[in-house]
Design a protein around this ligand. Sequence first.
Ligand code: NMX
Ligand code: MLT
Length: 440
Amino acid sequence: MGYVKDSFKLKADEQAKEIKALIDQHGNKKLEDVTLAQAYQGMRGITGLVTETSLLDANEGIRFRGYSIPELRERLPKAEGGSEPLPEGLFYLMLVGEVPTQEHAEHVSATWARRSHVPNYVFDVIEALPIATHPMTQFCAAIIALQNESKFAKAYHDGINKKEYWNYVYEDTMTLIARLPRVAAYIYRRKYKNGEHIQPDGMLDWSANFAHMMGYNDESFKELMRLYLTIHADHEGGNVSAHATHLVGSALSDPYLSFAAGMTGLAGPLHGLANQEVIRWIDEMYAELDNNSPSKEQIAEYIKKTLLAGKVVPGYGHAVLRKTDPRFTAQMEFAKKHCSDDNMIQTVWNIYEVAPAILESTGKIKNPWPNVDAHSGALLKHYGLVEEDFYTVLFGVSRALGVLASLCWDRALGFPIERPKSITTEWVKKFIKESEKAAS
Ligand code: NMX
Ligand code: MLT
């Protein structure tokens, strides 16, 4: 076994023992009560999942294995001459639970480079789709096509001991992550660059090679990719893409099928598609005002108009967060360093100044602050990646790191099939009647 795999297995075995003891001794401890409103309203606030890779605090934001985004930017290994973290290092941290050395991160990088070859039939599947097909649909179709290579599915079919599941899930995880940039770049070049594809460069790190295959060789764009692919990787277990991957994986669907489920969820406009919606919304505002530098007053009016029309202001709000998303702040800091005079970035910052107060004044929006998607598109546009329909694919490539590291943990810890109980409104009415009768 490679040492990343060895270290992961060692940690997972220790953790499995600890969890067994926790359940044996404290399994009946109540985490919280579940209300009727929670059952009807998206299970908000119900703690019902264990995800080891990251934890979200409503006021502070995400921590990956205990490390905040500013800490990750400081501590994770960097590319030579770079100052943003390598996502390879974050993957190691999420999988093994320890901050990697430079050598560990480079080892992950080299492993992914070695496994990055995408079979031609996957490109054939993409080519079979009409060019107008949304990039996320092309991405999901390609992931499903890659499933043919699943080592887990084959091993399960041939018959394996359940203690070995983790091993094949790990192998599929490493191969799938290795291949995603090539698949995503292929979709990008096919749809937007006349099908003029760029071959991978095995000497580059995962993010830089992805940038290169999309056709972007500016060093600071490569840095942006390293940051982007790091900060979008994970957001604890309950978000739609992580939860969907975990849920489908619990049926022992292999990592390809499980990740595809996560990606169909990420493609929703209330989740990952919001990054493209933000740019659309800004462009529509520019067009309506016939002005690419609207004043804060004009932006405020446009936000109110959006709300009056019964639409969401994309990039704002969150199901768990109650403060500015630190992923927004990290991108703002990057923009201040590299491109603070960009017009659309200025607009994003002006929106940030006026939107929260207006959203708060509605009295119903629980989090008036920006999320990760409020900033990402403007940065990508600055570097010439202007095709906003593609943005969620970038998010998806990054999200693979967290949800697949988690899937490795799910199988290593022997988590069972997920199957919560549901009820009907008929059941609810009867339940209320009976509890009122009992109380009287
Ligand atoms: N603009 C307008 N209305 C909003 C917004 C917003 N940005 N955020 C929440 N609301 C509304 C929401 O639709 C709901 O309305 P109603 O009662 O009429 O159904 C009400 O405020 C209460 O919603 P919350 O409890 O504050 O939010 P919830 O947890 O249900 O939803 C989001 C969270 C993220 C889905 C929601 O804030 C939203 O739709 N935001 C805009 C889309 C977006 O930026 N999504 C990206 C999330 C991050 N990501 O990458 O996944
Ligand atoms: C995410 O990154 O998954 C989003 O912020 C959504 C969430 O956490 O619910």
